[in-house]
Design a protein around this ligand. Structure first.
Ligand code: LMR
Length: 332
């Protein structure tokens, strides 16, 4: 009896919530999504952000507006993630090293020499374990929507580095990551945590003498003018997670959210498809600049770097999880 009487109420509740959600987009104007990031427009992330803005304008223009704020104009990554949790901004794509405060597992992407190349990274990210990591920060109010590639990292310095011993005593700029700190400690080098926007100046001033970056970032930050040597180590990966505020995201009416997710999938495909050719283009720019000498390593020389940095895996395997590490290795 009770059940029968409450049925219309349930229907009314569903209908009214449907209409109030619909009103979300129509009566109160478009949903504004502020996308804050630290890169410039020519970088893989900058291009992805602009493409997302363009496609959303074309297809959902009256319902959703994406504002893009690049170049750390609003926040650096650390402050930005807290702003995202407060819903002051709604989209970011920090590098995978920037989530240390929210999860242990994502540290996996910082382990040196874990992935042979970007294809292996891609494979791992597409498999169930990689997909699960997108949801590893939901309790902290952060939900991952996609992985965006940048590329494999190279080492640069104010002197040529061929052997790990040559790095000893140098200060390297790092992202805020315990794994990256341990990686440089393993070759007896020091590390200084600095936001991306401060890297170039710190290299020019001599506060740090070296850095690790994918080709695109090195070129986009014009590090050719401050780093005369770059060693092609491919020792790690710098990729991104496109993230949003979970409460904000699941409040978006289902139909609009689904369309947004479709557009994000398209942009992700585009960013990731072009990553390899972007990397080549930036590598060529650096080679043609005549300012930075690119040092290639023989297999034996690269193996020596790998061997000196490998103990870092052991140090972090309990925090990250041995099974997760094994499944990443299986992608090689
Ligand atoms: C960095 O701090 O080096 C990276 O996070 C920069 C980037 O590409 O976002």
């Amino acid at each position: 009896m009770k059940r029968v009487r409450s049925l219309p109420i349930i229907i009314l509740t569903i209908l009214s919530s449907f209409f109030s959600l619909a009103a979300y987009a129509d009566e109160s104007g478009p949903i504004v999504i502020r996308f804050s990031h630290v890169s410039n427009d020519g970088s893989p992330k900058g291009k992805g952000a602009l493409l997302l803005q363009k496609l959303v304008k074309e297809r959902l223009g009256d319902k959703v507006v994406i504002e893009v704020h690049g170049n750390s104009e609003l926040f650096n990554d650390t402050d930005g993630l807290e702003a995202l949790r407060r819903n002051e901004i709604q989209l970011m794509a920090p590098s995978l090293s920037k989530f240390r405060a929210y999860t242990d597992e994502l540290q996996i992407f910082d382990l040196p020499f874990l992935f042979d190349d970007l294809a292996a990274v891609d494979k791992f990210q597409s498999r169930p374990k990689g997909r699960q990591l997108l949801l590893s920060m939901v309790k902290q109010g952060i939900v991952g929507l996609a992985y965006w590639h940048n590329g494999m990292k190279q080492l640069s310095a104010n002197k040529p580095l061929t052997t790990p011993e040559e790095a000893a005593g140098l200060n390297f700029r790092i992202q805020n990551s315990d794994v990256l700190k341990a990686q440089f400690a393993a070759v007896k080098a020091n590390s200084v945590v600095l936001p991306y926007s401060a890297m170039s100046k710190a290299l020019a001033d001599g506060q740090v003498q070296g850095a690790e970056n994918p080709w695109a970032n090195f070129d986009e930050q014009n590090l050719q003018s401050v780093q005369p040597y770059l060693t092609e180590t491919n020792h790690g990966v710098l990729d991104y997670m496109l993230v949003t505020n979970s409460e904000f995201w699941y409040d978006i009416p289902f139909e609009i959210r689904s369309q947004l997710e479709g557009i994000i999938a398209e942009v992700t495909y585009q960013v990731n498809q072009t990553a390899a050719e972007e990397t080549l283009r930036h590598r060529e720019n650096i080679a043609n600049s005549g300012k930075t000498e690119i040092i290639s390593l023989s297999d034996e020389q690269r193996a020596a770097w790998r061997q000196s940095m490998q103990p870092v895996w052991q140090e972090f395997s309990d925090q990250i999880g041995k099974r997760l590490i094994r499944s990443a290795q299986a992608a090689n």
